[in-house]
Write a protein of this length. Structure first.
Length: 258
């Protein structure tokens, strides 16, 4: 079945983004993500993956088009409503964005403290999660003392600790070995089983093929996302993805042929 707007966690309709007077870096982006879906976001360096994620976690506004999150039209949502929406989104940033004056424990605990969780519950869940990502002995260490891979795991733990409704991860396994990468992927899959919608931007095609989740593919600012029915069913399109819901690729091809 086709995903209706009110049932989507994320919906983009003919979204474009340009910086200043320059050319569009994202063009006619249209797709919809159902609750509880899991997608990989693929594309070469510079294709626009990080930019698309920034639009999804409300760090950027589109130059044109419509973005809806959790049934809310972002064009008509007030600033007062944005913090509550953002708290439903977990983000793993490519540059980690940890608070260097806080320990690994306190970085991971931050979303729970913001949510008002009791301190004894926070300690239980944070220690358990840091143990899962292999940082049991680094709970009280500040990020500046940790390696890049360790910082990345702290960032992932912080993003998932509050069980967000939407998790966006930008190259979350880029600084870890293959064994830890699979362990982290299993963590994301367990979160997905609890109902979290997940989008992971990655260059790791081997990991993508092994796990087999549907793919969104960016190519020079254009998105191949499959049809709405394929998105609703959680299935990738066969081979190279079919045109996105706006028909942007199909439109571009027909114009080129003309």
């Amino acid at each position: 079945m086709t995903i209706e707007g009110s049932d989507c966690v994320v919906r983009f309709e003919s979204v474009g983004l340009r910086y200043g007077l320059g050319p569009e870096v994202l063009q006619d982006i249209s797709f919809a993500l159902a609750p509880g879906s899991f997608h990989f976001l693929l594309g070469a360096s510079g294709a626009g993956k990080s930019t698309l994620l920034r639009l999804m976690y409300l760090a950027l506004k589109p130059s044109r088009g419509l973005i809806s999150l959790f049934g809310h039209n972002m064009a008509t949502t007030s600033r007062r409503q944005l913090p509550a929406l953002r708290r439903r989104i977990g983000v793993v940033f490519q540059d980690f964005r940890l608070l260097h004056h806080l320990s690994a424990f306190d970085n991971v605990a931050l979303p729970l403290r913001v949510a008002g969780v009791r301190e004894n519950e926070i300690r239980k869940h944070v220690v358990e999660l840091l143990t899962w990502v292999g940082l049991k002995d680094h709970v009280n260490i500040r990020p500046t003392i940790l390696s890049g891979g360790q910082q990345q795991r702290v960032a992932i733990a912080r993003a998932v600790i509050a069980r967000p409704k939407l998790l966006l991860a930008d190259e979350p396994t880029g600084n870890v070995d293959d064994r830890m990468a699979m362990r982290l992927m299993h963590l994301f899959e367990e979160l997905n089983k609890l109902g979290t919608t997940i989008v992971i931007a990655t260059h790791n095609e081997t990991l993508v093929r092994r796990l087999g989740h549907p793919r969104l593919r960016l190519d020079a600012g254009w998105l191949d996302a499959g049809t709405p029915d394929q998105q609703a069913a959680g299935k990738p399109a066969a081979g190279v993805f079919a045109a996105a819901t706006s028909g942007s690729r199909a439109k571009q091809s027909s114009e080129s042929a003309a």
